[in-house]
Design a binder for this molecule. Structure first.
Ligand SMILES: NC(=O)c1ccc[n+]([C@@H]2O[C@H](COP(=O)([O-])OP(=O)(O)OC[C@H]3O[C@@H](n4cnc5c(N)ncnc54)[C@H](OP(=O)(O)O)[C@@H]3O)[C@@H](O)[C@H]2O)c1
Length: 334
């Protein structure tokens, strides 16, 4: 293992604004604190929240690095004081972060590191932590999806959507989804969705009613909110579950409580970044145990749209803003 240098390259948000505010900077390599490890980054995954952070709308949680980047893959470069014997220098890992992934080195609580799943390259593993843990934490760990369920995920071609389609199929659900072009719908079908509706050209609600009648949909993972909310309430079956993870169409909605009672609905949601290190570490352990084997047996694969070098972080953000991607966008650091 090569020595740790004194300084590293990273991406700085110079001022809140458009992609052009992202600049390559040089600064000291961070030192791992108690229970933390230092990771030499191979690649970092892009997330929509990174765009909001760059615009100044989504500050990192207290104590997190101001450098953007909520997930990475790489090799353990140094163990901080008080770490367990789980990791040794040189181990390949992928990790969920509070921030700091767009950098050559990053400090991570050791519990938030995961082994790289068998059959996945170290680079491609950077695309996994945020999407897999989000889907796991919202649908599977709290048991909101069951074998045989009719499941719908909005935005099936997103990083989250491509993961949710594959995971729901692997856990025995039937899957329908929406996407913004016929090409993206084709990718969703190839990942195991039975139905993929182009929401820009078709009446997705009517198609979902036809697909799920007379039973209705058992579980919906939503990243739209606003005007989609009453349509989801309409589509859900008795005992249905509606899980929110993003609200670009608005977070204030009118709830028909009578429909909630009559159908005995569960309406919930969560955010991952704000959870404690303990919670994130616990989710990471369950994912290693329950989800990683699905990569080895071919039921799950990373869906990566494009890989940009670290110094082209601004282009990568522009590419995500254009919305033509399918799956994840990754920054290659090493
Ligand atoms: N709560 C949490 O813990 C958590 C964790 C991770 C991510 N998220 C959120 O989950 C969302 C997906 O994340 P990502 O990183 O995978 O982002 P992404 O790849 O940019 O995906 C955004 C998706 O939203 C879809 N979309 C936009 N408007 C839509 C509409 N009217 N109907 C249906 N779909 C629509 C887009 O579809 P088209 O491109 O096909 O138009 C796209 O697939 C983001 O909003 C992100 O912030 C939340």
């Amino acid at each position: 293992m090569t020595a740790i240098p004194a300084s590293m390259r990273y991406i700085e948000i110079t001022v809140p604004g458009g992609p052009e505010v992202l600049r390559v900077a040089t600064g000291p390599v961070p030192r791992p604190g108690n229970g933390e490890v230092l990771v030499r980054t191979v690649a970092a995954g892009l997330n929509r929240a990174d765009l909001l952070q760059r615009q100044g709308f989504y500050p990192p949680p207290p104590g997190a690095s101001p450098i953007p980047g909520m997930e990475l893959s790489g090799h353990i470069a140094e163990l901080g004081p008080g770490t367990t014997s789980r990791w040794k220098v040189g181990d390949a890992v992928c990790a969920l972060l509070g921030g700091g992934g767009y950098a050559e080195f990053c400090v991570v609580p050791e519990g938030q590191c995961m082994v790289v799943p068998a059959g996945v390259s170290v680079r491609d593993a950077a695309a996994l932590p945020e999407a897999v843990i989000t889907v796991w934490a919202n649908l599977l760990e709290p048991r909101r999806l069951f074998p045989g369920d009719l499941f719908m995920v909005q935005g099936g071609s997103s990083g989250i959507g491509t993961t949710a389609i594959q995971l729901a199929r692997a856990f025995g659900a039937r899957v329908a989804t929406t996407a913004g072009s016929d090409e993206k719908c084709g990718v969703c079908l190839s990942l195991g969705a039975e139905l993929a509706v182009n929401y820009r050209t078709r009446d997705w609600e009517a198609e979902l009613v036809r697909w799920s009648e007379p039973h209705g949909i058992d579980a919906i993972l939503d990243m739209v909110g606003g005007d989609y909310f009453p349509r989801h309430i309409h589509l859900l079956a008795t005992g249905g579950r509606l899980v929110h993870i993003a609200t670009p169409h608005g977070n204030q909605v009118m709830v028909d409580l009578r429909a909630v009672m009559m159908k005995r609905l569960l309406i919930t949601g969560s955010t991952l970044r704000s959870r404690s290190v303990k919670e994130k570490s616990s989710l990471a352990r369950s994912v290693e145990q329950e989800v990683w084997p699905l990569f080895a047996n071919g039921q799950l694969r990373p869906v990566i749209d494009r890989i940009f070098p670290l110094e082209q972080a601004a282009e990568a953000h522009r590419w995500m803003e254009m919305g033509n991607h399918t799956g994840k966008i990754v920054l290659q650091v090493l």
